[in-house]
Write a protein that binds this ligand. Structure first.
Ligand code: ATP
Length: 380
C-alpha cells in the first residue's frame, strides 16, 4: 500500500503534468492561431505606430489626466490610431495657402472658432460647429492643405482615414473597425476624421458592393448618425472629393457645410506663384502677373510643378556652364561645399526659365489629354 505521503506526491505530480500540458496546449494553439492569422503582423505594426503617435500626443498634454494609455483603447481602435497625425506633424497652416482668403475666412468662422471657443458656442444649438464638412473641387487646388490647416488652427487631432484599412479583406472585421473610427475619435476629441476622396469610399451604395463592404458602410453611417445626435461631442467628419456628384444624398445630408475649392483665377494664381517663389532667388525679369495671365486652367499643384521645373532647369543650366569652365576657375568662384550661393546671380530663376517650363508643361498636358481622348475613342 502507498503511504499517504506517496499518494499525495503522486497527485501533485499529476496536477503539475496536467497544468504543463494545458499550458503547452494553450500557448501552441495561440501561436498557431497567430501564425495562421494573416492580420496579426499588420496589427502588430499598426499597434507600434499607434503607440508612437499616442506618445506624441502625450508629450503635449499639460497634465497626467489628459495622457492616453494604450490600455484605454481596444485592439480595433489601436489599428485606427495608427492613422493619427500628431499636431506637431501637421506642417500646414493658413499662411501656406494662397488665393483662398474668402473660403478660409468662412471655414475659420464655421468650423475653427466654434471648436476653439467651445464654451461660448455651446450656449446655442444653432452656433455649434457642423459635424460634417465637404470640400469639393478639381484635383490639386488645395483641399488637403485646407483640411490640415483647419486641424492645426483648431488644435484638433487628425485621423487621416485610409479607407483601405477599413475595406482590406484581410482585416476582415470591417464593421468593428468602422465603429472604432468613431469611438477613437470621441476618446481623442476634439478630433477630425479626414476622408480624402470620400466618393471612392461612400459613392452611391448599390448592388455592386461586396456584402462585407456594404455592411461596413452601413455601420459607418450609423456611427456617423450617433455622432450627429450627440450635442457635446467635438468630432468632425471632413470629406474631400473631386466628384461630389458621385456621393449619394444620404451622405451629402450629413455634410451640411460644403465648400467649393475651384481652379484658381488670374489673381489667385498670382498669389499662389508669389507664395511658391517667395523663398527662391528670383531674377528681376520675373513677372508673376504676366505668368498668372499665361496659366489659365492651372491648379495650385500645376503651378508648383511649373516653378519646380523652372528652378531645376536653372540649376542644371548653372551646373552645365560651370562644368564646361576650367575646374580651377570654378573653385575660385565657388570654393568648397559650404559656399553660400545666396547671392549667386546665375542661380536666380529667370522669367525665361518659367516660360520654358510652361511650354513644356503645356505640351505634356496636351499629350496626356490626347492620349486620354484616343483611349476614349478606342473604347467607343
Ligand atoms: N491655394 C494654394 N496655395 C498654395 N499651394 C497650393 C494651393 N493649392 C494647391 N497648392 C499646391 O498643390 C499641392 C496639392 O494640393 P492639395 O493636395 O491640397 O490638393 P487637393 O485639392 O487635395 O488635390 P487632390 O484632389 O488631388 O487630393 C499642395 O501641396 C501645394 O503645394
Amino acid at each position: 500500500m502507498d503511504s499517504p505521503d506517496g499518494s499525495r506526491g503522486h497527485i501533485l505530480a499529476m496536477v503539475v503534468r496536467v497544468c504543463a500540458v494545458t499550458a503547452i496546449t494553450y500557448y501552441s494553439a495561440k501561436w498557431m492561431l497567430g501564425a495562421l492569422d494573416p492580420n496579426s503582423k499588420m496589427r502588430k505594426k499598426a499597434k507600434q505606430v499607434a503607440e508612437q503617435q499616442l506618445r506624441k500626443l502625450n508629450s503635449t498634454a499639460s497634465d497626467v489626466a489628459q495622457k492616453f494609455r494604450t490600455r484605454d483603447f481596444t485592439e480595433h481602435e489601436m489599428v485606427i490610431a495608427s492613422l493619427l497625425v500628431a499636431p506637431e506633424d501637421i506642417d500646414v497652416s493658413w499662411s501656406d495657402i494662397a488665393g483662398l482668403d474668402a473660403v478660409i475666412q468662412e471655414l475659420r468662422e464655421t468650423v475653427v472658432l466654434p471648436v476653439r471657443h467651445r464654451d461660448l458656442f455651446r450656449r446655442s444649438q444653432l452656433w455649434r460647429a457642423p459635424k460634417g464638412v465637404l470640400l469639393h473641387g478639381p484635383p490639386g487646388c488645395g483641399k488637403t492643405l485646407i483640411a490640415k490647416a483647419i486641424a492645426k488652427d483648431a488644435g484638433m487631432r487628425f485621423i487621416n482615414l485610409d479607407v483601405a484599412v477599413l475595406t482590406d479583406k484581410w482585416y476582415g472585421e470591417s464593421q468593428k473597425l468602422a465603429t472604432a473610427v468613431f469611438t477613437l475619435a470621441q476618446k481623442l476629441q476634439p478630433c477630425i476624421i479626414f476622408l480624402d476622396e470620400i466618393d471612392s469610399f461612400l459613392r452611391m451604395r448599390g448592388s455592386g458592393d461586396h456584402e462585407a463592404t456594404a455592411m461596413m458602410k452601413t455601420q459607418f453611417m450609423l456611427q456617423w448618425d450617433g455622432l450627429m445626435s450627440s450635442a457635446n461631442v467635438c468630432v468632425l467628419v471632413l470629406g474631400a472629393t473631386n466628384r461630389p456628384q458621385d456621393l449619394d444624398k444620404a451622405i451629402l445630408r450629413r455634410m451640411p457645410a460644403q465648400f467649393h475649392i475651384g481652379v484658381p483665377r488670374d489673381c489667385q494664381r498670382q498669389a499662389i506663384l508669389q507664395l511658391i517663389l517667395q523663398s527662391e532667388q528670383q531674377h528681376p525679369s520675373v513677372n508673376l502677373k504676366e505668368l498668372a495671365r499665361l496659366t489659365p486652367g492651372f491648379s495650385g499643384s500645376d503651378l508648383r510643378e511649373l516653378c519646380r521645373h523652372a528652378s531645376m532647369y536653372r540649376m542644371r543650366q548653372f551646373m552645365r556652364e560651370k562644368l564646361n569652365t576650367d575646374e580651377s576657375e570654378f573653385e575660385e568662384d565657388f570654393p568648397g561645399e559650404d559656399q553660400n550661393y545666396q547671392d549667386c546671380e546665375q542661380l536666380q530663376i529667370q522669367m525665361d526659365d518659367l516660360l520654358k517650363s510652361l511650354t513644356a508643361m503645356k505640351i505634356s498636358k496636351f499629350q496626356a489629354h490626347s492620349a486620354f481622348v484616343e483611349k476614349d475613342l478606342d473604347l467607343d
